[in-house]
Design a protein around this ligand. Sequence first.
Ligand SMILES: *Cc1c(COP(=O)(O)O)cnc(C)c1O
Ligand code: SF4
Length: 391
Amino acid sequence: MKLDSEESCLETDEPPGCEGKSEKWNDWRWQLRNSITDPKKLNEVFKFSPSELEKLEKVILKYPFGITPYYFSLIDISNPQDPIKLQCLPNPEEDNLYFDVQEDPLDEERDSVLPGLVHRYPDRALLTLTDMCPVYCRHCTRKREWQKGKWTRSEAELKEVYNYISLHDKVRDVIISGGDPLILSTNKIESVLSNLRSIPHVEIIRIGTRCPVVLPQRIDDELVSVLKEYRPIWLNTHFNHPNEITPESSKACDRLVCAGIPVNNQSVLLRGINDDITVMTKLCQGLLKIGVRPYYLFQCDPISGTGHLRTSIEKGLEIIKGMRGFTSGLCVPTFVVDGLKGQGKVPLQPLDYVVALEKDYAVLKGYKGEVFRYYNPESINENRHNVQFKG
Ligand SMILES: *Cc1c(COP(=O)(O)O)cnc(C)c1O
Ligand code: SF4
């Protein structure tokens, strides 16, 4: 079952940048075992002041951290505003209070039909397998889970989930999420996939994972050959900044794409990290180059402990407007706000493309800002119909 290099259409050589890295470095279990979880380790590198260290230690009691050596190696230590650092290093600002933030503003708990299964939309269900992740993103929507200790769904809970999905034949798309489901053993993943695949009305399986970005070593031959068995599988990953596109992450995505698993990306709009037209354009163009399609750009949800990373909604609209027409349409993600209390995802478009919808004409504004009239054929048909009717 193992993919040979011909079948996976990959070079067997190490990609540039990986040369000389030890075998251990390329082993995802080594990366996890050696994750940085001790603030003293951070202090050795960043040399915090005693009061900074004290604040940090307080924050991580509430919101623990963990950073793979690989992801940590992408930080430019000399840059205090490094975009990788801002995503993974705990920050005293996580303690700030904002009037609108909550633990679970999207009401995922209320929309959970069973432990681990959110069934909010008619034809798709979201299955959370664990709350563990290779890197704990400071902007995480499920930050509330981190205070519950490390958990993984039990076999008994999963049985209930499979049973529920079997009984609900409208569910044709199951999203396996977390935490990061790919942190689990390949055997456990295979068991979940084979159970879901045995349900006839489950047409597609999606996997939401940040492994290609923060632990690309996880996308190894063994895992890819398992995923390949259970296609159609769509993998959604989570790149936020062009600095995350490295030889290692590119290779991880290439492996998946070569095995017939389309990779899409869901970014979160983050203050000081990617809230900029140039940065977002570079990210999305870079993703296309490694075979990854930008899918969603999310407004950062109002989650306790993430307030300092949010931007205005206008910022997201400005970025979409600055991309549409100026670069490949394939590059442009859909900007989405996830509505509070289970209202679901709301796509937002810049408002000014449609200037007016008049009788027979639409008045539109192009990406260059010029306003023009465009015949509206439906209205014309209606007129013709009216003429015939009268005649
Ligand atoms: C985002 C989400 C989905 C999937 O939404 P798509 O728009 O199909 O990508 C499904 N269920 C829940 C609960 C979600 O939050
Ligand atoms: S990988 Fe996803 S689930 Fe895990 S911490 Fe990051 S945002 Fe949260």
